[in-house]
Design a binder for this molecule. Structure first.
Ligand code: GLC
Length: 772
C-alpha cells in the first residue's frame, strides 16, 4: 500500500517517513509508547479518546540500515521497512511484535463437498478488504485480552470482533461480534512478556485475533487515519498504566457510588419507590441508591417528570434523602418530536440535532416515538446538554444514567450519511457512531461537575476508549441466565483491562426471570463488582433481595453487608486506579504474570491484590475448584491456610462465596451501616492476616475535589512477622481529619504484637489503639 521507503527525517519527537505512496510518522510518546501514524484521512491525529496527549521528552536514536530504519529508545527498538511495515523489539533485540508480510488467507470453509470462501458464509464475518488493515504475525503461543465488552472468555485468541456500538436486546452469546461498547484496544501476552495496541480510530473497526488464519491476527478500519499506539509492558500492569496514561483513568468516585444500588424498569409510581426504599431499612439490608427508569418521565420526554405518577417528586427525593438514599435517573439521548416541548424547540431552533445530508433534522424512533438525536459531536450541543443536567440536579438527583446512546434506533439503523458537526469537521454517522455515547457521557459529566462541584456520577451503556474519565458502565441487557453470570467475570475483567475500572453487570440479570439460586450466586459476585446494582426488566419477576424467600434474602443481606464492610478497601482500590489505571477486578495474571496457569482463569479473580474471589457460577454446584497462585492464602470464612501453586476444592454451599486473603495482608473495614454517611467512621478496623506486607490506605471527604488540594490522608501500614508481629503506621500525607482509633483484628494469631513500638499481648485477637 505504501510502497518503497524513499526518505526520512526527524523532527522533535517524530520520525517522518516518505514512502512512494504516502507518508508515515513514528512518534515517540514515551520510552515505551510509540505511535504509528499515517494521515490517510486527516493531516493530524484527531482523537476522541486521547484528549490531553502528554509527550515525554526522551532521547532516541535513528539509524539507517540496508532495508530498514531503526529507532531506538531506552526501552524499545522499532524497525520500519518498505510498505510501512513496522516491527518492535525490546532493547535486547528480542522480537515483541512484527508486521505480517504475507497476504490474508482465510481458513477454508467447506460445505456439501464444495469449498466456500468466507464470503459465502451467511451470518458470519465476511472476507472483506478494509481501507486500513494492519496484519501482525501470530506465533501461536500468545494470549489476547481487552477489547472492552465482548462475550466469550477471557482470552480472545482465535475469535473475531467488530467495534460498532450495538443495542442488543437478544441474549448475548459468543457469536455476537459487537455489543454496546467499542474499545479498540487489546493486550498481547506471550512468553511472559506483554504489550498493548490501541487502535485510535472511531470508525467501525475489526479485530481478528487469529480466527481467519492462525498465522496472523489483524486490526482494520473502513476509514480514518492509520493511527495506533504500541504500548510496551513487559508487565500487563505497565501496559495498563501506559494505555490509561494516553486515554485517561477512572477518577476517584464519590464513596456512596460504591454502595449497593437497587433498580428496576421501573419503580413507579412514587409510592412504590418509597415502599422499596423503606423495605431496605426494615429488612436491615444496606442500600445507598435507588434508580428511576424511564417511567418517571412525562411520555419519555427527557428532563421532565410524570407529574401524575411522581406528583411532588422533589418531596419524594427529599424523603429518600432523609432515609439515606440517593436517586439516580435514567436519561436517553433522543428528544421527543413534540411541538412545544422545550428540548425539541430549543434543539430545533439552534440546530442541535443531527440532520440528513440536506440539513433536515433526522428523525427515528425510540421510547417516546418519533425522536431526534442531539449532535454530541458539537461542543455547543454538549454544553447545552451539560446545562440541562441542572434540571435534574435541582430536583435533588445525585447521578445520571445514560442509556440507549449507541445510539439506539427502533426504526432501522441510522443511515451512514446522517450529518454530524464533529467540532468543526463536519462528518457522517460512520465516524461518530462509536463515540456518540462517549461524548454524551462527557457532556453529562461536565454538566454535573459544573453544577455540583462534586465528583460526578454517570453511568453509560455505550462507550469508547477513554470514557472511563467520565463515566462508569454497566454491561447492558443481560439475561437471568447462568451462562450470563458465568460470562460476567471475563467480560468485566476484560473491561478492566481496557481501562474501564468502574463497571458492573445487572445483578440477577435484566431480562428473563431470576431464580432464587441465581440471584444468590449473582449477589456474591456483585459484592466485588465496582458497580453493584441489581436491575431487572419490566414484567420480569420481582428481583429485590427479599423478593423470593428467607434464604435468598439472608444471602443478599450477607453479601451486601460484606460490601459495606469492605468499602474502605474498595475505595483504596479506586484511589489506586486513579493513580495507575489498575482495575478493581483483576485477572490473576495481573499479579502472577510468570504463572501460565493464571492466563485463562475465567471463573475467579483478584479483588485488588489481597483478596482472591472464586464465585460459584453454575446452578446446583456447591463445590468449587479454586486455583491459588504462589504464596499462602487464608480462607476468609474458615481461616484455614493454604499453600498456593495449585488447585484446591472448596465446599461452597449456597450462602458461601469462596474468598481467600493473601497472607501478610491488612484489609481495612468499616463498621456496617445502612448507607454511607449514616455513621461517622471514626474507627478504621484492620483485618490482619499476619505475615510480611505493606498496605496503603487513603482517606478523604468522599465527595468533593478537595483531595486534589491535598485534603486527604495517606497511611502506610508495614507488617513484619518474626518472633513477634510488628506493625508500623506512618502517615505519608496528612491533610484531612484523622481516625479516632484503629481496631486491629488478628486472624489466627496469639502472642506479642508491637504496633508503633508499643507492645500488646494478643489473646482475643483484637487490639484497639487510639490515634493521636
Ligand atoms: C434499556 C436498558 C435497560 C432499561 C431499559 C428501559 O433496555 O438497557 O437497562 O431498563 O432500556 O429504560
Amino acid at each position: 500500500m505504501f510502497g518503497r521507503l524513499k526518505k526520512f527525517c526527524v523532527e522533535n519527537n517524530e520520525l517522518i517517513l516518505g514512502f512512494e505512496k504516502g507518508k508515515g510518522i513514528i512518534r515517540v510518546i514515551k520510552d515505551d509508547i510509540i505511535n504509528v501514524f499515517s494521515p490517510l484521512k486527516y493531516d493530524r491525529a484527531f482523537s476522541r479518546a486521547i484528549e490531553d496527549l502528554k509527550i515525554e521528552e526522551v532521547d532516541f536514536d535513528v539509524k539507517e540500515y540496508n532495508n530498514f530504519i531503526e529507532l531506538k529508545t531506552n526501552k524499545l527498538i522499532v524497525r520500519i521497512f518498505d510498505d510501512f511495515k513496522v516491527d518492535f523489539y525490546d532493547v535486547d533485540k528480542n522480537v515483541l511484535c512484527e508486521d505480517y508480510r504475507g497476504e490474508r488467507q482465510p481458513f477454508k470453509r467447506r460445505g456439501n463437498g464444495k469449498t466456500y470462501q468466507t464470503e459465502a458464509v451467511k451470518g458470519e464475518e465476511k472476507f472483506k478488504k478494509h481501507k486500513i488493515e494492519i496484519l501482525k504475525k501470530m506465533y501461536g503461543d500468545e494470549y489476547f485480552y481487552g477489547l472492552g465488552e465482548k462475550t466469550g472468555y477471557l482470552n480472545k485468541k482465535g475469535y473475531y470482533y467488530e467495534m460498532w456500538n450495538t443495542d442488543e436486546p437478544r441474549p448475548h452469546v459468543e457469536s455476537f461480534v459487537s455489543l454496546y461498547k467499542s474499545i479498540p484496544f487489546f493486550i498481547t501476552l506471550r512468553n511472559g512478556i506483554s504489550f498493548g495496541i490501541f487502535f485510535d480510530n472511531t470508525f467501525k473497526t475489526y479485530f481478528d485475533m487469529g480466527k481467519e488464519n492462525s498465522s496472523y491476527y489483524y486490526f482494520a478500519a473502513d476509514d480514518g487515519n492509520l493511527d495506533y499506539y504500541f504500548i510496551y509492558g513487559p508487565y500487563v500492569t505497565d501496559v495498563l498504566e501506559g494505555y490509561t496514561y494516553l486515554t485517561g483513568r477512572t477518577p476517584l468516585p464519590q464513596l456512596w457510588t460504591l454502595g449497593y444500588h437497587q433498580s428496576r424498569w421501573s419503580y413507579c409510581p412514587k409510592d412504590r419507590v418509597l415502599e422499596v426504599a423503606n423495605m431496605f431499612r426494615e429488612k436491615d439490608i444496606p442500600c445507598d441508591v435507588i434508580h428511576l427508569d424511564i417511567d418517571y418521565m412525562d411520555g419519555y420526554r427527557v428532563f421532565t417528570w410524570d407529574e401524575e405518577a411522581f406528583k411532588d417528586h422533589k418531596d419524594m427525593i427529599k424523603e429518600l434523602k432523609e432515609k439515606g438514599f440517593k436517586v439516580v435517573t435514567i436519561i436517553d439521548p433522543a428528544v421527543k418530536k413534540d411541538k412545544g416541548y422545550f428540548m425539541y424547540e430549543e434543539g430545533l431552533k439552534n440546530g442541535y440535532f443531527i440532520t440528513d445530508k440536506d440539513g433536515i433534522p433526522y428523525v427515528n424512533e425510540v421510547w417516546p416515538g418519533e425522536a431526534l438525536y442531539p449532535d454530541f459531536s458539537d461542543e455547543k450541543v454538549r454544553n447545552w446538554w451539560a446545562d440541562k443536567q441542572k434540571i435534574m440536579l435541582d430536583d435533588g438527583i445525585s447521578g445520571i444514567w445514560n442509556d440507549m446512546n449507541e445510539p439506539a434506533s427502533f426504526k432501522g439503523p441510522i443511515p451512514d450519511d446522517v450529518q454530524f458537526k464533529n467540532d468543526g469537521r463536519t462528518t457522517n454517522h460512520l465516524e461518530v457512531h462509536n463515540v456518540y455515547g462517549h461524548l454524551m457521557a462527557k457532556a453529562t459529566y461536565e454538566g454535573i461537575k459544573k453544577h455540583t462541584n462534586k465528583r460526578p456520577f454517570v453511568i453509560t451503556r455505550a462507550c469508547f476508549a477513554g470514557t472511563q474519565k467520565y463515566s462508569t458502565v454497566w454491561t447492558g441487557d443481560n439475561h437471568s441466565f447462568w451462562e450470563h453470570l458465568r460470562m460476567a467475570v471475563p467480560m468485566l475483567l476484560n473491561l478492566g483491562l481496557s481501562g474501564i475500572a468502574f463497571c458492573g453487570t445487572d445483578v440477577g440479570g435484566f431480562q428473563f426471570d431470576a431464580t432464587p439460586e441465581l440471584l444468590s450466586r449473582w449477589v456474591q459476585l456483585g459484592c466485588f463488582m465496582p458497580l453493584f446494582r441489581n436491575h431487572s426488566c419490566i414484567h420480569t419477576r420481582d428481583q429485590e433481595p427479599w423478593a423470593f424467600d428467607k434464604i435468598t434474602e439472608d444471602i443478599n443481606r450477607k453479601y451486601i453487608k460484606l460490601r459495606y464492610k469492605l468499602l474502605p478497601y474498595l475505595y483504596d482500590l479506586m484511589y489506586q486506579c486513579e493513580k495507575t489505571g489498575l482495575p478493581v477486578m483483576r485477572p490473576l495474571f495481573l499479579h502472577y504474570q510468570n504463572d501460565k496457569n493464571t492466563y485463562e482463569l475465567n471463573d475467579e479473580f483478584l479483588f485488588g491484590e489481597n483478596i482472591l474471589v472464586s464465585p460459584v457460577l453454575e446452578q446446583g454446584k456447591n463445590i468449587k475448584a479454586v486455583y491459588l497462585p504462589e504464596g499462602d492464602w487464608i480462607d476468609y470464612w474458615t481461616k484455614e491456610e493454604y499453600k498456593g501453586g495449585g488447585y484446591i476444592l472448596k465446599y461452597a454451599p449456597l450462602d458461601l462465596c469462596p474468598m481467600f486473603i493473601k497472607k501478610g495482608s491488612i484489609i481495612p473495614n468499616f463498621e456496617i451501616q445502612n448507607y454511607i454517611g449514616e455513621k461517622k467512621m471514626n474507627k478504621l478496623i484492620l483485618d490482619v492476616y499476619p505475615g510480611d506486607g505493606v498496605y496503603y490506605h487513603y482517606k478523604d471527604d468522599g465527595e468533593t475535589f478537595e483531595y486534589k488540594n491535598g485534603k486527604y490522608n495517606f497511611y502506610k501500614f508495614t507488617m513484619k512477622l518474626n518472633d513477634f508481629l510488628e506493625i508500623n503506621i506512618e502517615k505519608e500525607h496528612y491533610g484531612y481529619e484523622d481516625y479516632k482509633e484503629f481496631e486491629f483484628i488478628f486472624n489466627k494469631y496469639d502472642g506479642l504484637v508491637v504496633i508503633n513500638s508499643k507492645k500488646y499481648q494478643i489473646r482475643d485477637g483484637k487490639v484497639i489503639i487510639k490515634v493521636n
